[in-house]
Design a protein around this ligand. Sequence first.
Ligand code: TYD
Ligand code: MG
Length: 457
Amino acid sequence: MPAVKTTYLCQQCGAASPKWAGQCPSCSAWNTLVETIAAPRVAGRPRSAARAVAGSAPVSPIGDITSAEATRLSSGIGEVDRVLGGGFVPGSIILIGGDPGIGKSTLLLQLAARVASAGGNALYVTAEESASQVRGRAERIGGVVPGLDLAATTDLETALAAVESVSPALAVVDSVQTITSPDLGGPAGSVGQVREVASRLAEVAKAGQTCIALVGHVTKEGTVAGPRTLEHLVDAVIYLEGERLGSTRLLRAAKNRFGSTDEVGVLEMRGDGLAEVDDASRFFLESEEAPTAGSAVTIALEGTRPLAVEIQALSAAASYGSPRRATTGIDTNRVLMLIAVLARHAGLNLTGHDVYVNVAGGLRIDEPAADLAIATALASSLRERPVRRGTVLAGEVALSGRLRTAVRADRRLAEARRLGFDRLITGPARGATDRSAASGLIVAATIREALDATLES
Ligand code: TYD
Ligand code: MG
């Protein structure tokens, strides 16, 4: 073993200290020192190819360089390709984050199996489960295919050696928190370890044609092992989200060097793994039966993707004490605000009523354009009058009771039409005086006007 020296690098100012301290001696920031290896691990082995050729930097005409687009590798699942920006990029490293139990291992085993079935080699390094556990899951998802290799190890050097010897098109490392480098002190999953594991794997990915997918558990704070620790080291960060008990899973890119971060992929957890849903936009509509009171549909924009989403509200006379307000999939404060606007500007008093609001299908909606549908669902429940058939709503509600249009109203209207709705109720565009909008687009100035146009009499 070569001599290994450990130093502590400040994540903020980059200063090195020989020993750990709570506060950086150089920039005085707190909790920013991270254990790092100072000396090269193996004599004669450069940390990166770029450094090895320093002095004879590899320069090529831009026209001679193959673009990442040309060599993308399909993941075999359209919704995943969509979020990746068209497929895996050879020589890149991506991080798939998500809560424990959400389906990361399942998804990546499926992707590895698809890549292998399509003729590329795939390697699945499991550091959390035994090889036979992974084999069991592979049977369940139809992933026992030629070209897919398994390696069970928690040791970084062994994992690196496996990737280098197989040189697969796709290598999955599950998970970054359970692989450790013996060169580094600190337990598995510590910030120093996680950084070391990710940066060594990144070097191997960049040196060859392998795309490495790292699995990471999201911490309670919502970041993968320490703020910004991994995000900088990888090319893309993709989160798998969803309610654990529900079956809907959303894939979202938080960072993507090779594509947009606007795309969202919709998947459904089934008995044989994660599957694409047939018509993602229709997926969040509960039913196509006769309209019922307390339900309103909005066209939400998830990134650039329009999704028809049903908002359900229930108001019931509260029996005693202060009434309950419970929401799933939307911010409770937004609902409280809309309840106040309805009371003040539409004569709808929900004081003394318990109020429940849900987004169907386990989706979470944060955009203000959902306001109008939430307010309408509440009004519809209180008045016991359903929303007129064929109507969708998208618009922001101001405290004054006035409405504002939703961004990309045209796009939402087009999606509404595709799904068989014929009217989109929205607010006026800022500064617009012309009310004669595109056919099917109904512009209401206030919440009261919108409710008159929306609820059945
Ligand atoms: P898993 O991939 O182990 O989650 P993670 O790696 O993110 O911790 O998925 C665990 C859950 O998925 C588990 O509760 C069972 C469920 N599941 C299915 O519903 N269908 C399947 O085909 C598989 C393999 C798992
Ligand atoms: Mg797992």
